[in-house]
Design a protein around this ligand. Structure first.
Ligand code: F6R
Length: 248
């Protein structure tokens, strides 16, 4: 596992955007699609803003990008203010030339009995494309990646999960209270995340510093799913100084 510490999240986000843009361009020159795993939440907002800038000002094209988002609340309507479909459209997809049929976000509107086969198909699509070239992650205060909460196994598949209380509390501001905050979500499993050829985890701010230390310097444990990334051969934690402040 590598850690890279930047002065602040803006410079860090720009560096990550550059890496992703370079990968997209290499794949373009090889006439290959670029398969990206994407996250929502506050951490990747600066990254997406920089990718939009690279598209608008420097001609970066997303025509060869095929993306798979990590997760979505369940149940969730795509046009709801809190849906991750809406988040991705507002932060990235509506501002670049990605083809609408090329982005995938778990469907929060499924009937419960259809979720399992849907999740299997989500993984099959990724597999058929040769796997994720690069996975972008944030990290929850409890060490979750995607919505793989504490206790998620390293070989866990894409599935419906119960959200931890602490995750729901963190989200409750967006849902005007805990009572309105979803209890479940669909998440890409740890296994597919670990199979990505490259993983970049973003974390900013003092509030992430303890869990970053636990993930990077302490034991690999299902209590802290992000610690599994210690066993990935090409994973980097990209941090600002505050998030890195507890590292030895
Ligand atoms: C979002 C996701 C979550 C977030 C994590 C951190 O798609 O998978 O794991 O990355 O909850 O959220 P922020 O970035 O808002 O601190």
């Amino acid at each position: 596992i590598g850690t890279v510490v930047y002065e602040n999240s803006t410079t860090a986000s720009k560096a990550v955007a550059k890496e992703i843009a370079d990968l997209i361009k290499v794949k373009q020159s090889q006439k290959q699609p670029c398969i990206l795993g994407l996250a929502t939440g506050s951490s990747p907002k600066g990254l997406y803003a920089e990718l939009v800038r690279l598209h608008k000002e420097e001609g970066l094209s997303f025509k060869n990008v095929i993306s798979f988002n990590l997760d979505e609340y369940y149940p969730m309507e795509p046009d709801s203010v809190n849906s991750y479909v809406r988040f991705m459209q507002e932060q990235l997809f509506n501002h670049v030339d990605i083809l609408p049929e090329n982005y995938h976000i778990p469907d929060g509107t499924l009937a419960k009995e259809d979720i399992r086969s849907y999740c299997d198909q989500y993984e099959s699509k990724i597999k058929a494309l040769g796997g994720l070239d690069l996975q972008v992650l944030g990290i929850g205060g409890n060490g979750h990646i995607g919505f793989n909460e504490s206790g998620s196994l390293q070989n866990s598949k894409t599935r419906l999960v119960a959200l931890d209380h602490i995750t729901r509390v963190a989200a409750s501001g967006d849902f005007s209270g805990l009572d309105n905050t979803p209890r479940t979500a669909i998440t890409l499993g740890v296994k597919k995340i670990m199979e990505a050829k490259r993983v970049i985890l973003l974390a900013w701010g003092e509030r992430k510093s303890n869990i970053i230390k636990a993930s990077v310097e302490e034991e690999v444990t299902s209590r802290v799913p992000a610690s599994y990334l210690q066993e990935h051969n090409n994973a980097t934690f990209v941090l600002d100084q505050a998030a890195a402040s507890k590292l030895t």
